[in-house]
Design a protein around this ligand. Structure first.
Ligand SMILES: C[S@@+](CC[C@H](N)C(=O)[O-])C[C@H]1O[C@@H](n2cnc3c(N)ncnc32)[C@H](O)[C@@H]1O
Length: 278
């Protein structure tokens, strides 16, 4: 671990922050300078830079390459948990999935996208919810696409293995018993039948999007808050074209809103807002 905490050149910090924003959309300001020390130390050590200042100099004076992507990824926040902010999952259970199941009864197909899925707790929570409350979906084609920019987060997500603390954040003892296998090392692995519903793919929300299916439900939670207004509204416009039709749903994080985009209809239900095509 590199414990260098020497002062950083402000121009280098600004140069690095603008590289981060240009490449991954995450907008950082002076209040986030401490993240350079706390998040980039392992890169300083691994690549034998003299310190954080030397790493920043390298990053701003060289074309974007592998070390840059390591640094960009380190500046993202991967905080998540199973059934995070429980309310949207309540609405999914009581309102959204019953409606979608009714509307898609002929195609018997549901396409769901968890955009910025971090280490997988969000898409697996949806898989668990569907398994526990909608037995009528047996025989349907259910696909949950989970994407994130962070390869490390996706690697963990696709393994579906969590430690004791992670598993206890949001899951009941009964849910742990039902959907996970305890491994000899004390970790918990999600059952293969749930694992197989979720497909993980790396994707940068601010670059070109691959050709994807249209979705019945998109969750993009706790990531738009990191972007500036222009980036946010570009992403929100693109999400609109990814919703299958006016009965599809878009759900954001509890502190996020896209009221600025009039093409969406906003519906407020209990404590949850969701969006649909007008
Ligand atoms: C705070 S987590 C949110 C996880 C989950 N959606 C939740 O609400 O619990 C934010 C995620 O956004 C991802 N992220 C940040 N910038 C991104 C970008 N440009 N494209 C795709 N994912 C990005 C990060 O890697 C991180 O995993």
């Amino acid at each position: 671990m590199n414990l260098d905490s020497s002062p950083l050149d402000q121009t280098d910090v600004e140069g690095f922050f603008s590289l981060v924003e240009k490449n991954i959309g995450v907008a950082l300001d002076a209040s986030k300078v401490y993240l350079i020390h706390s998040r980039l130390s392992s890169i300083v050590t691994e690549h034998r830079f003299a310190g954080h200042s030397a790493l920043l100099r390298f990053l701003i004076t060289n074309p974007v390459g592998e070390i840059h992507w390591q640094a960009f990824e380190a500046m993202t926040t991967n905080e998540t948990s199973f059934f995070r902010d429980i309310h949207p999952f309540e609405i999914l259970k009581t309102t959204i999935f019953p409606d979608l199941i009714h509307k898609r009864k002929d195609s018997r197909e549901l396409n769901i996208w968890s955009a910025a899925s971090s280490t997988g707790q969000e898409p697996y929570s949806i898989a668990i919810l569907l398994r526990e409350h909608f037995p009528e979906l047996t025989g349907w084609k259910i696909r949950i696409l989970a994407t994130d920019i962070s390869e490390q987060a996706l690697e963990k997500a696709s393994l579906g293995i969590y430690n004791q603390t992670e598993i206890q954040r949001g899951l009941s003892e009964a849910q742990i018993q039902r959907h996970f296998k305890k491994l000899p090392n004390g970790y918990y692995e999600i059952n293969p039948d749930l694992r197989s519903i979720v497909q993980f793919k790396q994707m940068n929300l601010i670059q070109d999007w691959p050709l994807m299916a249209k979705f019945d439900l998109i969750l993009i939670r706790n990531v738009l808050i990191y972007f500036n207004q222009v980036t946010k509204s570009q992403i929100v416009k693109r999400l609109y074209t990814q919703l299958l039709d006016s009965s599809s749903y878009l759900i954001l994080g509890s502190s996020e809103s896209i009221l600025f985009d009039q093409t969406y209809k906003i519906v407020q239900l209990d404590r949850v807002s969701y969006y649909q095509k007008r």
